[in-house]
Design a protein around this ligand. Structure first.
Ligand SMILES: Nc1nc2c(ncn2[C@@H]2O[C@H](COP(=O)(O)OP(=O)(O)OP(=O)(O)O)[C@@H](O)[C@H]2O)c(=O)[nH]1
Ligand SMILES: [Mg+2]
Ligand SMILES: [Zn+2]
Length: 357
């Protein structure tokens, strides 16, 4: 018999369950396929989404891997997901490309392993984007430096990220070295996710963690390493130690989702400096009394660290502008709709009057 507690059900979700009008039984999503999901519950295995949840306007509420949902068995024996419980520890980003929309990658995640390969693909900027996104959503981060066999100077990679003061694990996905260190961070009934760009070795590590070949892996061809992902959907696996693991498709383009305030909290050192600039409008370039410039000059502030902050800040300002514009557009449309329905009422009254006459 499956116990929901084994899959992470706890007092928090029990409380959520109390707080919403439920129709069926609770279940956890272990794989999502768009309009249907695979679930763990004592009773059902797969379920369709209700029409409302499947509708494009409700994309944010559509169940994703890790979500707790309310599932009902209909009269004809079909299982239907009717609602998604409020999430805790979601992994989200802005959809890839030019559009602006929050995309949930996984829900109810406790700990995230950000995987970096110690090769040409190693990027601190990408790491910081992941870390920012995790901090916004209160997910505990651990850094994994994979492909230990690809370098003879592991220490040079560690030195570059030591200042982040996060746990660092060094692994070799091919031999399984270091994999036990990952497992040691995952408590029973906790949910972990492996994040990182395509080809860093997430699925290779997943197989080592599970002790079986559950996920396909693939050599990244040098000439064609862009936009090709071996893993295409997300799935939640049970680990032998009782924890859970989500392998995810590589994220090449992590567009941020969040607010400037959240970024300032994450980059508190820079935020403190900016507060000391003489002018509130300081651009931190050649301005008089600029505390940021002073710190850059005497090297108490790292240039790269500041550049990454500026870049992310700019991106979040653009995100806010686009969100505001979307909001305005929506309001305008609903106002138009209202005006139209008011006209409809007048017309129908006029028509009924006519009939009456
Ligand atoms: N040399 C070396 N190769 C590794 C290591 N770990 C994984 N690989 C190889 O890297 C390639 C990509 O690994 P995957 O596990 O498929 O990468 P992924 O992160 O799951 O990629 P996507 O599913 O596309 O996001 C495969 O050929 C693996 O065999 C390692 O520690 N050292
Ligand atoms: Mg993969
Ligand atoms: Zn300044």
């Amino acid at each position: 018999m499956i116990s929901l507690q084994n899959f992470g059900w706890n007092d928090y979700f029990a409380q959520q369950w109390q707080d919403v009008q439920v129709a069926g039984v609770p279940a956890r999503v272990v794989a999502d396929f768009g309009t249907s999901v695979r679930l763990v519950t004592p009773e059902v295995v797969t379920a369709e989404l209700s029409g409302k949840l499947a509708h494009y306007t409700n994309r944010e509420h559509a169940p994703k891997v890790g979500d707790w949902v309310d599932v009902t068995i209909t009269d004809n024996g079909n299982a239907v997901v009717t609602q998604t419980l409020p999430r805790r520890g979601e992994i989200a980003r802005n959809v890839a490309g030019k559009r602006t929309r929050k995309q949930i990658i996984a829900a109810n995640v406790d700990i995230a392993f950000v995987i970096l390969a110690m090769d040409d693909d190693f990027s601190i900027e990408r790491l910081q984007r992941f870390l920012y996104q995790l901090s916004v959503n209160h997910v505990e981060p651990v850094i994994v430096l994979n492909k230990a066999d690809k370098t003879d100077d592991v220490d040079s990679f560690i030195q570059q990220i030591k200042s982040l003061q996060l746990p660092i694990i060094v692994t070799n996905g091919l031999t399984g070295d270091g994999v036990q260190d990952i497992i040691d961070h995952i408590r029973p009934a906790a949910t972990a996710i492996l994040l990182g760009s395509s080809g860093v070795g997430k699925s290779t590590l997943t197989n080592k963690l599970l002790g079986r070949e559950a996920q396909a892996t693939q050599e990244v061809r040098e000439s064609d390493s862009s936009g090709r992902h071996t893993t295409v959907h997300r799935e939640l696996f049970m680990l032998p130690n009782g924890g859970m693991l989500i392998d995810s498709p590589g994220i090449r383009e992590l567009q941020l989702w969040g607010t400037e305030q959240e970024l300032d909290e994450k980059f508190d050192d820079i935020y403190q400096l900016i507060a000391q600039c003489k002018f509130a409008s300081c651009k931190h370039r050649t301005d008089e009394g600029c505390a940021v410039r002073a710190a850059l000059n005497n090297e108490t502030l790292d240039e790269g660290h500041f550049e990454r902050y500026k870049k992310m800040k700019k991106e979040l300002v653009t995100l806010k502008k686009r969100n505001d514009a979307n909001e305005k557009y929506k309001n305008k449309r609903s106002k138009k709709k209202l005006a139209r329905s008011a006209k409809d009422v007048i017309r129908s009254e006029r028509d009924s009057n006519r009939i009456r006459v």
